[in-house]
Design a protein around this ligand. Structure first.
Ligand SMILES: *Cc1c(COP(=O)(O)O)cnc(C)c1O
Length: 220
């Protein structure tokens, strides 16, 4: 199936209110162009340099999302144009994004990544760390915290995956009704990839990050 056809079918199958981020990391510009021509405008990348190179040659009505581990020293490369950073996993990184957003005289939108998977290699705040961070109300005038991002364990055990998504969802609901009450911007729950996005949507995700299903296997 072509990239265009996959995008169209996937979009048609999504419930209203669920946003598709097409994860295009490691795929060539031509693949992104094909998705763009099929109407896709939101792309997710995981490396600052690769994102910069693609953004330079592709149309400027694309919303670029950063989804991978982000090193503090890379923030300045993406700060001028990034639409949403999904993968914020430390106060240090929040502070660096704040600094670069101020320099660029813009507001940068971010999600806090929550670690619920079993794999230690995955990133993110624990649920309690996230609560504590929010409670401290760090001074970040050039940032908008728009919600949470979570990744489930890489397993065929759907019960496990579902339980992990539920943990992120319930933290999201909790924060929405406490610290972020009345903050319209705190409305994004980014969960679900190619192999588990259906479960994620059932558990309340409203933003899915799908790569392989659309573009095929990545070459590393
Ligand atoms: C690569 C990646 C995805 C997309 O994964 P697929 O399995 O290819 O759909 C989603 N989220 C994050 C954080 C990723 O790094």
């Amino acid at each position: 199936m072509s990239i265009a056809k996959r995008i169209q079918e996937l979009k048609a199958s999504l419930p209203q209110g669920v946003t598709l981020v097409a994860v295009s990391k490691f795929h060539p510009v031509e693949a992104l162009k094909e998705a763009y021509d099929a109407g896709q405008r939101i792309f997710g990348e995981s490396r600052a340099q690769e994102l910069g190179a693609k953004a330079k040659v592709l149309p400027n009505d694309i919303e670029w999302h950063f989804i991978g581990p982000l090193q503090s020293n890379k923030v300045k490369e993406i700060a001028p144009y990034i639409h949403l950073i999904h993968s914020v996993d430390s106060l240090k990184l929040l502070n660096e994004i704040e600094k670069q957003a101020a320099k660029n005289e813009r507001i940068i939108r971010v999600l806090l990544e929550i670690h619920v998977a079993q794999e230690e290699t995955k990133h993110g705040f624990s649920i309690n760390e996230c609560r504590e961070l929010v409670r401290q109300q760090p001074n970040l005038p050039h940032l908008q915290i728009c919600g949470l991002m979570g990744m489930a364990s890489l397993t065929d055990d759907e019960t496990q995956v579902r339980a992990e998504f539920q943990q992120v969802r319930s933290l999201f609901d909790e924060l929405r009704s406490t610290a972020f009450k009345g903050t319209e911007c705190f409305n994004t729950l980014s969960m679900g990839m190619s192999h588990d996005y259906q479960t994620a949507i059932e558990e309340g995700s409203n933003m899915i990050r799908v790569g392989t299903y659309i573009f095929g296997e990545r070459e590393y």
